[in-house]
Design a protein around this ligand. Structure first.
Ligand code: SF4
Length: 931
C-alpha cells in the first residue's frame, strides 16, 4: 500500500480582504484546497479571523478562473493567445497610442487588491517610462479623502497611531464606520477593551448599523453633517478650556482661523444639534465624553471618506485631536480605517494620480529625485486624472488606452452604466484578471491577461496601522497565470525598458521600492522603509510583519539608485514565481515585533515648518439637492459576509447564507408612503440609473434615507448594481465620489411568480426575469421573481436542464416544478409558483416522463428558507435566535451560543446577536401585562 502523501508545509500569509490585515496560517491539502486559521502571532489579529477570512478555503476552485491570455478577434469573440503575442499586442498598442496622441492618452486603473510590488512596478512604468501620471486606483473610492486630509494637516499621508491604541483608549469614537461588519476583527478588539477596561464607544452614523449594538452613545447624525458635529466639538473644547495650549503653540499652525470657521458653522451645542439633526442632549453627552477623556481614538471610514466634502470631514476630526494634543500618544489619535487589504501599500508606492512615488508629490525637486533614482527617460511632471475624471476622459475620447488590473470598475465606479459605455470607446482596453467573467471582463476588453490570485502570488501588503506583512504563495500558479509585477515588467521590456525592469524576483521589486523610500530622505519624509532595501531573499521570504518607518541602515551603495540596488541584492532568486518554501507552522518566524511606532506626539510634522496644520473647513452642505422626483437620499455600503463585487466571496456557499439577495433598507414611514412591503420588491432610481431589489423595512434607517449594498454585479443579479445609481459628484481635494447621499426615488414592484433554479452550471434566464445567483454546495442557485407563466418555465427547463437529463415534472396553471435527473441523482431543479401563496416545502407528486426514472429527494429544499442566516459558521438563522430568546432559554450572547452555537466561532455575528437580543427583549417587554 502506498504511504499517504505528506501535506505541503503550512504557510503564514495575510487575508486578501479588508484593511485590518489579519495574519493567517494556511495548511494546503495538496490537491488545491487549504484549511485556514488565524495566525496567533500576527499583531493585527492575534489569531482571530472573521467569517470572510475563515471561508477563504471555499474560494480556491479554478472553475471560474482566467487561465490563459485571450485576444479579441475581429468577429468580437475572444480566442486564446500565447503570452508573447498578447504582450506584443499590449506593448504595441500602448506605443502606438503614445506616439500618436502623447502619454496622457493612456491610463492604468489599479487596485487595493494588488500587492505592493505589483503596484510599484505599474506606477514606475507609467510615471517614469510612459510619462503620464494617469495611474489611479479603486482606492480613490475608498480612502482618498483620508489621504487628502492627512496631507493637508500633517504634510504627509501618515496614519499617526496603531491598533494598540484601540486597546489603550478610554473612549473610541466611530464615525462613518460600520466596523462590526467592515473591520470585524478590529471591532471585536474595541469591544474587548470596553469589556475588560471599561472603554466607552460612541457611534456616529445616519444609519443604526451592527456597530451601534455595542455603542454607549449612538448619534444618528444627518447625512453629510459630520463636519458640523466636529466643528461644534472644536468650539466646545475651546470654550471649556479643554485645549492643549502648549501643543497648539509649539507644534501647530492655523488654529485661530480653524476655530473661527468652526464657530461660524456650529457656534454652540444648540446650533450643532440643529445642523446635525441630533438632540442637544446627545450632542452635549458626546462633547462631554470627548472633553473629559484623555485617551480618545476617533476611527473613521467610508462614511466620512465617500463624500463630496470628505476631506473637510477628515480635517474637522483631525482639528479636534490636534487641539487637544491627542495624537501620537498611546490610546490617542485620529484613525483612518482603510477598507482594502493593500490601499495603504498603493498609497506608499504612489499609485494615486496625485502622488508620484514613495509618498512624494510632483514638486520639481521630487520629480527630479525620482527621475534620478529610476534613471527615468520620460517622467510625469504633473498630477494625472483621478478615477472619476479618468473615465470621463475615456468617454470623451481623450484617453484611448486603458489597462485595468485586479478591479472591476464597470460595477464599482459611480455612474457605472456610463463607465461601461465609455469602455467601449477605447482603442486599447487591457484587463489583468483572475476570473473569466465579471462586468469589466464582459465589457469587451481587447486583451485579457491571466493574473495570479491570492494564494498563488507573493509579495507584501500594508494594513491600516502601517504594518507591512507578507502574502505568500501556497498554491502553484494555475494554467498560464503570472504575477502582476511580472506581467507589467514584461510589457516594459517590450517597450524598450528591459534594464529598468529586470527584476529577477518579487524580492527585487521590494528592495527597490524600499530603497526609493529611503533615497535622499534623511527624515524629511514619513514613509521610509530604507531598512528593507538590502534585505536578502531568505529574509524577505521569512519577513515578519513590520510597522513602518523602518529607516535605512547606512549603506552608501543604496544611494546609487534603482539599478544598483537590484544588482547588489538577490540571492539565487528566479524570475518565475513559485510558491515560497516554508517551514512547518510551528517553526515559522514569529510575527510580532513588540514595539509600536507612532507619529506626532511631539510634533515633527512633514510640512515645511514641521508644524501640523489646522484646516478651516467649509460649511457642510450636500451638493445635490433632493427633489419631488428624487425625494430620498441613497446611501451605499457593504454587508458583513461579502467583499467588493463578490468575485471571491461569491464562491462560498457559507457566506451566501447571510444575506443572499440584493436589498434596500427603508424606514417604515417611507415604506408606508411608497406602499412598500417588507420582503417585497422595489425599484430604486436616481438620475443615473435604477435597480430592482428586495425591500427590508427597518427602523435602523433614518426617515428620508435608504441604503443599498454595493456587492451585486451583472454577474450575480439581474438588476442590482448599486453604483449604477451613484452620483459622480466628487470632493474637490481628494476626487473621491459622494457615494452616500445621491437623491433617489423608490417605488414598489410586483411579480406574479417566484421560485428558484438550481444547476451545476450557470444558465441564462428568460428576459424580464428578476434573479440573483448565489453559490450552492455543488453549483449555482438562482432566486427568481417573474411574470412569465408556468409554460415558459416548462420550456426553459427543457432548454437548460434536460440536455443530458430526464425530467420529472409537474405543471399546472399556477406553478411548475421539475427535477433534472442523471443516473438517479438530481442534477438540477426548478420551482416556480405564485407570489401570493406561501412557499410550500412539499413538492407533491411529480409526473415522470420515463417510468424507469426514480424520484430523488431534493436536498436544496431548505434553501427556500426566507430567514437570513445570522451565524454563517454554524448556519444559525434569525428565527432560531429569536425563538431562543422568546422562549426564555437564552438571554445573553453566551447563552445563545450554548443553545445554538451561534457566535462561538469567528464572532462576526456577535453584534447582530446583541442587537437581536435587545430587540426581542423589547418586544417581550411590550407584551408583559401592565401591573
Ligand atoms: S477582519 Fe476578516 S476580512 Fe478583514 S483581514 Fe481580518 S479576516 Fe480578513
Amino acid at each position: 500500500m502506498n504511504a499517504p502523501l505528506p501535506h505541503p508545509p503550512a504557510v503564514r500569509t495575510t487575508c486578501p480582504y479588508c484593511g485590518v490585515g489579519c495574519g493567517l496560517i494556511v495548511q494546503p491539502d495538496g490537491p488545491g484546497g487549504a484549511t485556514i486559521a488565524g495566525d496567533p502571532t500576527h499583531p493585527a489579529n492575534e489569531g482571530r479571523i472573521c467569517s470572510k477570512g475563515s471561508a477563504l478555503g471555499e474560494t480556491l476552485a479554478l472553475d471560474a478562473r482566467l487561465l490563459h491570455p485571450m485576444l479579441r478577434q475581429p468577429d468580437g469573440s475572444l480566442a486564446r493567445a500565447s503570452w508573447d503575442i498578447a504582450l506584443d499586442r499590449v506593448a504595441g498598442g500602448l506605443k502606438d497610442i503614445v506616439d500618436r496622441h502623447g502619454p496622457d492618452a493612456v491610463a492604468f486603473y489599479l487596485s487595493g487588491q494588488l500587492l505592493t510590488e505589483d503596484y510599484y512596478v505599474a506606477n514606475k512604468l507609467m510615471k517614469g517610462f510612459i510619462g503620464s501620471a494617469n495611474v489611479d486606483t479603486n482606492s480613490r473610492l475608498c480612502m482618498a479623502s483620508s489621504v487628502a486630509g492627512h496631507r493637508r494637516a500633517f504634510g504627509s499621508d501618515t496614519v499617526p497611531g496603531t491598533y494598540a491604541d484601540l486597546d489603550e483608549a478610554d473612549l473610541i469614537v466611530l464615525t462613518g464606520s460600520n466596523a462590526a461588519w467592515c473591520h470585524p476583527v478590529l471591532f471585536q478588539r474595541m469591544v474587548r477593551n470596553k469589556a475588560e477596561r471599561g472603554a466607552r464607544i460612541v457611534v456616529i452614523d445616519p444609519r443604526r448599523t451592527a456597530t451601534g449594538a455595542d455603542a454607549d452613545l449612538f448619534l444618528p447624525v444627518a447625512p453629510g453633517m459630520d463636519t458640523a458635529l466636529f466643528s461644534g466639538l472644536l468650539v466646545h473644547l475651546a470654550e471649556q478650556d479643554a485645549l492643549d495650549e502648549s501643543y497648539i503653540r509649539l507644534h501647530t499652525s492655523g488654529f485661530n482661523d480653524a476655530l473661527a470657521r468652526a464657530k461660524a458653522i456650529a457656534p454652540d451645542i444648540d446650533a450643532t444639534a440643529q445642523a446635525t439633526g441630533l438632540e442637544a442632549a446627545q450632542v452635549r453627552a458626546f462633547f462631554d465624553l470627548f472633553r473629559t477623556t484623555a485617551r480618545v481614538v476617533t476611527c473613521y471610514s467610508q462614511g466620512v471618506n465617500q463624500s463630496a466634502q470628505g476631506t473637510d470631514k477628515v480635517n474637522a476630526i483631525i482639528n479636534c485631536h490636534l487641539a487637544t494634543g491627542r495624537i501620537g500618544k498611546p490610546g490617542c489619535g485620529p484613525f483612518s480605517l482603510t477598507g482594502q487589504p493593500n490601499a495603504m501599500g498603493g498609497r506608499e508606492v504612489g499609485g494615486l494620480a496625485n502622488m508620484l512615488a514613495a509618498h512624494m508629490g510632483f514638486s520639481p525637486a521630487e520629480v527630479d529625485r525620482v527621475r534620478r533614482f529610476w534613471d527615468a527617460p520620460r517622467m510625469a511632471e504633473r498630477e494625472g486624472l483621478k478615477a472619476v475624471q479618468m473615465f470621463e476622459a475615456i468617454a470623451r475620447g481623450e484617453i484611448k488606452a486603458l489597462w485595468v488590473m485586479a478591479t472591476n470598475p464597470a460595477v464599482s465606479l459611480p455612474r457605472a452604466g456610463a463607465v461601461r459605455e465609455a469602455l467601449g470607446k477605447l482603442d486599447l482596453f487591457v484587463v489583468s484578471e483572475n476570473v473569466l467573467s465579471n462586468d469589466t471582463v464582459n465589457a469587451g476588453p481587447h486583451v485579457l491577461l491571466p493574473a495570479a490570485a491570492w494564494g498563488e502570488k507573493d509579495g507584501t501588503v500594508t494594513n491600516s496601522e502601517r504594518r507591512i506583512s507578507r502574502q505568500r504563495a501556497f498554491l502553484p500558479l494555475p494554467g498560464e497565470a503570472r504575477p502582476d509585477w511580472q506581467i507589467v515588467s514584461d510589457v516594459a521590456a517590450k517597450l524598450g525598458h528591459a534594464d529598468a525592469f529586470a527584476y529577477r524576483s518579487v524580492a527585487d521589486v521590494c528592495r527597490e521600492h524600499a530603497a526609493l523610500s529611503g533615497f535622499e530622505n534623511g527624515g524629511t519624509r514619513d514613509f521610509d522603509i530604507g531598512g528593507l532595501a538590502s534585505i536578502s531573499d531568505a529574509d524577505y521570504d521569512a519577513l515578519a510583519p513590520v510597522q513602518w518607518p523602518v529607516p535605512q541602515t547606512p549603506s552608501p551603495s543604496l544611494e546609487k539608485g534603482g539599478s544598483d540596488c537590484r544588482r547588489q541584492s538577490g540571492e539565487g532568486s528566479t524570475r518565475t514565481a513559485t510558491p515560497t518554501r516554508q517551514p512547518p507552522a510551528a517553526d515559522l518566524p514569529l510575527s510580532g515585533e513588540g514595539k509600536e511606532k507612532r507619529f506626532f506626539a511631539d510634533g515633527g510634522f512633514f510640512t515645511p515648518d514641521r508644524k501640523g496644520r489646522f484646516i478651516a473647513t467649509e460649511p457642510p452642505a450636500l451638493k445635490e439637492a433632493t427633489s419631488a422626483d428624487f425625494p430620498l437620499r441613497l446611501n451605499t455600503g457593504r454587508i458583513r459576509d461579502q467583499w467588493h463585487t463578490m468575485t471571491r466571496t461569491g464562491m462560498s456557499p457559507r457566506l451566501a447564507t447571510h444575506l443572499p439577495e440584493p436589498f434596500v433598507e427603508v424606514h417604515p414611514g417611507d415604506a408606508a408612503r411608497a406602499s412598500l412591503v417588507d420582503g417585497g420588491f422595489a425599484r430604486v432610481a436616481t438620475a443615473h440609473g435604477a435597480c430592482i431589489v428586495k425591500v427590508v423595512v427597518t427602523e435602523d434607517q433614518q426617515p428620508g434615507s435608504i441604503f443599498l449594498p454595493i456587492h451585486w454585479s451583472g454577474d450575480t443579479a439581474s438588476c442590482a448594481r448599486a453604483d449604477d445609481l451613484v452620483s459622480a459628484c466628487t470632493d474637490p481635494h481628494s476626487g473621491q465620489p459622494e457615494a452616500k447621499a445621491t437623491p433617489a426615488s423608490i417605488a414598489p414592484v410586483v411579480f406574479a411568480m417566484r421560485g428558484l433554479v438550481r444547476t451545476h452550471r450557470p444558465v441564462v434566464l428568460p428576459n424580464a426575469t428578476w434573479w440573483t445567483r448565489v453559490a450552492a454546495a455543488d453549483g449555482h442557485e438562482y432566486r427568481i421573481a417573474t411574470d412569465h407563466g408556468p409554460l415558459m418555465w416548462h420550456d426553459f427547463a427543457y432548454r437548460m436542464l434536460a440536455a443530458d437529463a430526464k425530467l420529472a415534472e409537474h405543471l399546472d396553471q399556477r406553478s411548475y416544478r421539475a427535477e433534472a435527473i442523471v443516473d438517479g441523482e438530481v442534477d438540477g431543479l426548478i420551482w416556480i409558483g405564485p407570489t401570493d401563496q406561501p412557499l410550500s416545502l412539499e413538492l407533491g407528486t411529480l409526473d415522470v416522463h420515463d417510468d424507469g426514472v426514480p424520484l430523488a429527494q431534493i436536498a436544496a429544499i431548505s434553501l427556500f428558507k426566507t430567514e437570513p442566516v445570522v451565524c454563517a459558521c454554524f448556519g444559525v438563522d434569525a428565527a432560531r435566535i429569536r425563538n431562543a430568546v422568546a422562549s426564555g432559554s437564552a438571554g445573553t450572547v453566551a447563552e445563545i451560543g450554548q443553545a445554538t452555537q451561534a457566535g462561538t466561532n469567528c464572532g462576526s455575528c456577535l453584534p447582530e446577536l446583541k442587537r437581536m437580543i435587545a430587540q426581542e427583549r423589547a418586544k417581550l417587554r411590550t407584551k408583559e401585562p401592565v401591573k
